[in-house]
Design a protein around this ligand. Sequence first.
Ligand code: SF4
Length: 372
Amino acid sequence: MAGIYIHIPFCRQACHYCNFYFSVSKGNKSRFIQSLLKEIELTKDYLEGDPIETIYMGGGTPSQLETDELKIIFEKLHKVYDLGRLLEMTIEANPDDLATEKVAELSSLRGLGLNRFSIGIQSFRNEDLKYMNRAHHAEEAVLSVKKVQDAGFENITIDLIYGTPTMNNEQWYENLSKAFALKVPHISCYGLTVEAKTTLEKRIKKGACLGVDENQSATQFSMLMNEMKANGYEQYEISNFSKPGCHAIHNTNYWLGKKYLGLGPSAHSFNKAARRWNVSNIIGYAECVEKGHLSFEEEILSASQKINEKIMTSLRTKWGLNVAECDPKSAEQILTALHQIEPSNFTFENETVKLTDKGKLFADAIAARLFI
Ligand code: SF4
């Protein structure tokens, strides 16, 4: 089974913390869509005929496209692929795009397989939204989820961000309570990170706003894990929480090492042997595709890179790292390195390493210690 990711590189405005590839100008939108349709043709053999289980349209902001444009893209996928075994089709949408009429239009895409919304809430508080330079306000955040629910979509995930300096622990607790009140089956929560070259980094350096307090962020992550548990959500990946049976199939397949094809500028693809990523530029992307070529960089993964990716991703999940699935030499190295790690950070049963709640606070550092 395999997945398809489609990157829609347009946003209403630039969030200060964002380091994804996007443009706030829609001048090249038609050209992008024509190129995307052509790229779908050009890459049709990449997944070697594996059945498509999931389609995820992210970005950028897919809800910035007109519904007719989305329809053309999904129809093209149906034309090129047999989607008879599709389980999940997700579209990312921002609250400011989800007017009642737009939600009604998007509902018409159900017939093409759309069955899941990922809504970029980030916070239910105007102060945090302003700090992040999000395009929506707090009231829209709540209403957008309700509108999608009223349109009959149950499979909804929302994104939240913690560690914002404008939000104290009590306010984070209130944000989480608002999320639980919406009764969505899936919530993704990310700690605010100050990525290099973002507007946020520049603003912090200039003293125009406060940076992230790592201790506060860690406290809010611990609160998050406790509150999720108390409200019946399972932490099946460090940043992802779901009600039983409602985990994201597409993202889980990334973590389980399944193949996926990425379409659109900056999109990544993986076929188990190599990873490749499209050029992060709409014009550069379109010029190549129009000539019948693809513009990407590729990295053939060495045996140790494959093991290290497995260590990094599986340790973040509830399934953990099954050492027996590694080659004997790597398994031995991992077990030796494991002895150097504080035992309260992990459990080891049935040859599988799993992080405890305490260990999840240091997941990346622990993974790096186990790397081959
Ligand atoms: S809407 Fe999403 S992709 Fe666009 S700038 Fe904001 S965080 Fe980045």
